[in-house]
Every structure is written in structure tokens, then in C-alpha cells.
Write a protein that binds this ligand. Sequence first.
Ligand SMILES: [Zn+2]
Length: 98
Amino acid sequence: MPRYDYRCLVCEVVFEAKHGFDDPPPPCPNGHSEVQRLITTTPRLLKGMAALASRSASKEELQAKWAEETPKLRKKLVEKLGEETVRKHGSTLGRADD
Ligand SMILES: [Zn+2]
């Protein structure tokens, strides 16, 4: 069951809920149904790359980091989504395996 983060638009509490993809959003812990799903899927890898880039790392360092992290990220995606989904949608991640 996927996990989602929500913020209540009434009392602004942020909470996490597990439910199916097509299910309606759950009410907040205080019972309000006006909730908004938060987008929290920014991969940590990309944040790490951005941090490296802003420290003006060399192109070689960035490439090395990318080469080191990509197989790990792909493995995580495969664990979460399954090999087939990653194959279909993860073409930019799968280059190293091709
Ligand atoms: Zn609320």
C-alpha cells in the first residue's frame, strides 16, 4: 500500500496516510476532509546532485557520483515498483545496464 503525505487545509496539520492509488484522500486526524496531497517524491539523489553542483564540483565528480548512485536508485525503484515498471519508465536510469 503506498504512503502519501497530506496537509489539512483547515488546521494545516501534516499527516501520512496509506491507501490505494485510486482511493479518495482520507480526512485529517482532526476530521477535516479538505486535505491536499503533498508532493514529496523528489528523489534524494537529485537533491544530492544539486548540492554537489552548487558546491561547484567538477564535471568528473558529478559523473562519478551519478555512476555510483544510479544503480542504487534503480535497485530501490525495482524493489518498490517492480522490474517491469522500471524497465518501461526508467529508461534514463537504466542506461548503465543496457
Ligand atoms: Zn484538519
